[in-house]
Design a protein around this ligand. Structure first.
Ligand code: 0X9
Ligand code: ZN
Length: 314
């Protein structure tokens, strides 16, 4: 179908065309941006939604893991809601934040998962020391890189951290862009699937916790409670990444927290809990997206209550 209805998953060309449509339809409040180019030379695109200069900023990174299709489906649905919803609470949410949304960070592999190998996790950049291809982009940020067994040095492993931090152009592009903007960004959300989890820093160790860990858990609880109250009653657990999942170093939300001073920073693992896993049927896109919107609404309200949504500089 030609229209975007979130009843099936869309490929990169369709998402790009849809972004252009939204930019053309809402020129006063949207701006397109390009983080940089992928290994294969594609533009890594994002959309800024800003109704008012000086709003607190929310950055959404989606599909760093390309096979997690529910993430870009949800991110595009969110963009649509923020721009078109007439619901008073959604309008307030949309208009009182600056939204930097990158629906597909790992563009090359998004194409690859559509055309060649549905379950490819890593990047597609070849290795100089091995015939195995690709790096786990969510181990490639320069923050506790390769520490504590939170990533692998073996190019054939699914959690290979790369030959050095930021070896992957997509991750370097994210880093360069966010570094410039960091004073405008109060919240970092990295969309993943699956397991239904809200994961705070740290990822590199379960022995230590961030100084605002209690706040991070209070904010995560607000998200989890809001989602649970909806008709589906979906359960999201929360905790630190290394604490409740496994050690993972060099991930987006840890880097944002540790290196970019973004103190509300989570990895969100969407539906489901393993029945379908990465190959979540399209019928789940809308329920997943709807509860994500409600969750984010609660997350931002709680963050504001705790004082995290003030401008970071004046
Ligand atoms: O392993 C990952 O990168 C994430 N799980 S996934 O199944 N989507 O691959 C979880 C990362 C959580 N850890 C940190 N954010 N440190
Ligand atoms: Zn992932």
């Amino acid at each position: 179908d030609a229209t975007f209805g979130w009843t099936r998953y869309y490929n990169l060309a369709e998402i790009d065309a849809w972004l252009d449509t939204m930019l053309a339809a809402y020129p006063d409040v949207t701006s397109g941006f390009v983080l940089g180019q992928s290994y294969e030379g594609r533009d890594i695109r994002g959309l800024l939604i800003s109704y008012k200069w000086g709003n607190p900023g929310v950055f959404i990174e989606s599909n760093i893991h390309a096979r997690e299709w529910i993430t870009s489906a949800t991110a595009t649905w969110l963009i649509n809601e923020l721009l078109t919803s007439k619901d008073e609470l959604v309008r307030e949410l949309a208009e009182s934040h600056d939204w930097y949304i990158v629906p597909v960070l790992n563009v090359d592999v998004f194409v690859y998962t559509h055309e060649t190998d549905r379950l490819w996790r890593k990047t597609r950049q070849p290795s100089r020391i091995s015939d195995c291809v690709g790096v786990d982009p969510n181990r490639n940020y320069d923050s506790h890189w390769m520490e504590n067994g939170g990533a692998s040095s073996n190019p054939c492993d699914e959690t290979y951290a790369g030959p050095q931090p930021f070896s992957e152009p997509e991750i370097k592009a994210m880093s360069d862009f966010v570094s410039i903007l960091k004073d405008k960004i109060n919240v970092m959300l990295a969309f993943h699937s699956y397991s239904q989890l809200l994961l705070s820093p740290y990822g590199h160790t379960a022995e230590e916790f961030p100084e605002n860990y209690a706040d991070l858990m209070q904010v995560a609880k607000a998200y989890s409670d809001a989602v649970h109250q909806l008709p589906y009653g979906t359960i999201y657990k929360y905790g630190s990444s290394a604490g409740i999942l496994y050690p993972a170093s060099g991930a987006t939300n840890d880097w944002a927290y540790n290196e970019q001073d973004i103190k509300i920073s989570y990895t969100i693992e969407f539906r489901d809990t393993g029945n379908f896993g990465f190959v979540l049927p399209a019928a789940f896109i809308k329920p997943n997206a709807e509860e994500t919107l409600i969750g984010i609404m609660a997350l931002l309200a709680e963050s504001k209550k705790l004082g995290y949504m003030e401008p970071k500089y004046t």
